[in-house]
Design a protein around this ligand. Structure first.
Ligand SMILES: [Zn+2]
Length: 296
């Protein structure tokens, strides 16, 4: 059932078993870092709950409509401008009140459920307290702590783990043979295939970062600042860039302990940026302080 989805075998087994036994919870929370297949698994699970025939490569009405995003017994709710809002929950509740059409169940997935406003969560709570028997709701989130404890206590909670880097390397080789992905980028994505692929889209930036750090010892400040032009222009990517610096610095520190001090500088920069300090100034400081450590 989850043949094309990598990792999280234990959770996949639990869900498969519940399909076989035809026993489901009314509400689930799937939580864990981004890009590890939570939504993919939730959708596959929903499709299988709704399936009328329960067989491989099924062509039942429910599965056909599901694959063409037209199954009236299924809905995926996504945040609207960054948040899942009370209007969306109310709209969902109106639909929940109507009986299923094709199957004898209805499934609702709320993606990024941790962006639900408190109002929206309180509104959803009413449905979780007294769900119609044909309903299953799956909440997908990264930060489970953003959900009210009253919501959490009513859901079956499943934690999704990051995936082993070796497993990701093999998966990408098999499924994206044209993509050349460095070991460092795989490391940076903490076991998330989605993140690996996204980071790889900016591969040039990361290769450049690596070059800057490897050359720090034999270049002066002006040269390093020139090489770092891209960092100044890539504010959106800075949190991944800084994490990537740490991956490289940690490697370098095995040859020279000075690089450990540079990791401190990177961490200080993260804090400064979080405190909304001037971006260019933070990057100036980062480069200057690292050069100072390495050259002394
Ligand atoms: Zn089917």
């Amino acid at each position: 059932m989850f043949d094309n989805i990598l990792g999280n075998e234990k959770n996949k087994n639990i869900l498969e078993k519940s399909i076989k036994l035809n026993k489901f919870s009314h509400s689930y929370i799937f939580w864990g870092i981004e890009g590890i297949g939570k939504k993919l698994i939730a959708k596959e699970f929903a499709k299988n709950i709704l399936c009328l025939e329960q067989k491989e490569n099924c062509n039942c009405k429910s599965c056909i409509e599901f694959d063409s995003n037209n199954n009236p017994d299924f809905q995926l709710i996504e945040p609207n401008e960054g948040k899942v809002r009370i209007e969306q929950v109310r709209e969902m509740q109106r639909k929940i009140a109507e009986k299923p059409i094709i199957s004898n169940k209805k499934i609702y997935i709320i993606n990024d459920a941790d962006t639900m406003t408190t109002e929206a969560q309180n509104c959803l709570l009413k449905t979780l307290e007294e769900p119609p028997e044909y309903i299953t709701i799956i909440l997908i989130c990264t930060n489970e702590e953003n959900l009210l404890s009253t919501i959490k206590s009513r859901c079956t909670r499943m934690h999704f783990d990051s995936i082993d880097t070796e497993e990701i390397r093999r998966y990408i080789k098999q499924n994206f043979p044209e993509q050349e992905i460095s070991q460092n980028i795989i490391k940076l994505s903490q076991g998330s295939i989605g993140k690996t692929i996204k980071l790889n889209e900016n591969k040039d930036i990361y290769e450049n970062i690596e070059k800057i750090l490897l050359n720090m010892q034999n270049k002066d400040l002006i040269e390093i600042v020139q090489m770092s032009e891209e960092i100044y222009k890539t504010k959106d990517e800075i949190s991944s860039i800084l994490d990537y610096m740490n991956v490289i610095l940690l490697k370098l520190s095995k040859q020279n302990i000075k690089y450990i001090k540079c990791i401190d500088i990177v961490e200080q920069t993260k804090k400064r940026l979080k405190a909304n300090s001037n971006y260019d100034m933070c990057i100036d400081n980062l480069l200057f302080n690292m050069i100072f450590i390495i050259h002394n």
